[in-house]
Design a binder for this molecule. Structure first.
Ligand code: HEM
Length: 137
């Protein structure tokens, strides 16, 4: 089936990959996050099935070019004490490894990385409160 094109003529990453592929990427992504010694401790006692579901929804949203609820991103991670840029970088690397496993081409992997990068300050709890006022849904 032909992907739907946005008005600017560019298909979104989601339209190129399809939801099934995104779901497969998230599965691999978790495999890496749960085995990586830099990140695995954060996932102890977490309901991974639910988290994978939420992550898939999140990525589908993000890669479909829709706005992200940064307030939720911030609150989802605020319990994770001592989360640093190094952890964020490790998770991003795992996302790229997962996308590579799923044979996502380099240019698309770069676009995924750029899209996910916008969440950094919220995941790490660095967004000033006033910036959250206008956040979407
Ligand atoms: C690209 C960066 C990241 C994105 C897009 C992301 C996305 C998400 C999303 C969508 C959720 C679910 C929120 C909800 O339940 O409503 C979540 C929860 C979570 N994330 Fe992240 N995350 C990122 C970085 C990280 C990092 C760096 C860590 C730790 C190494 C981490 C660990 C967790 C954990 C443990 C939860 C579950 C929290 C709980 O249920 O109490 N995340 N993340």
């Amino acid at each position: 089936m032909q992907p739907e094109y946005r008005k600017d003529g560019e298909p979104t990453i989601l339209e190129i990959l399809g939801e099934d592929r995104v779901e497969q990427i998230v599965e691999r992504f978790y495999h890496y996050n749960l085995t990586d010694k830099k990140t695995r401790a954060f996932f102890h006692g977490i309901n991974i099935e639910r988290l994978q579901r939420m992550q898939t929804v999140f990525l589908v949203h993000l890669l479909g070019g829709k706005p992200i609820n940064m307030r939720k991103m911030r609150s989802a991670h605020k319990r994770l004490l001592d989360l640093t840029d190094a952890h964020f970088d490790a998770v991003m690397k795992n996302l790229m490894k997962a996308a590579k496993d799923m044979r996502v081409p380099r240019n698309l992997r770069d676009r995924i990385l750029q899209a996910a990068e916008v969440t950094r300050d919220d995941v790490l709890g660095r967004t000033p409160a006033y910036e959250l006022c206008g956040s979407q849904v």
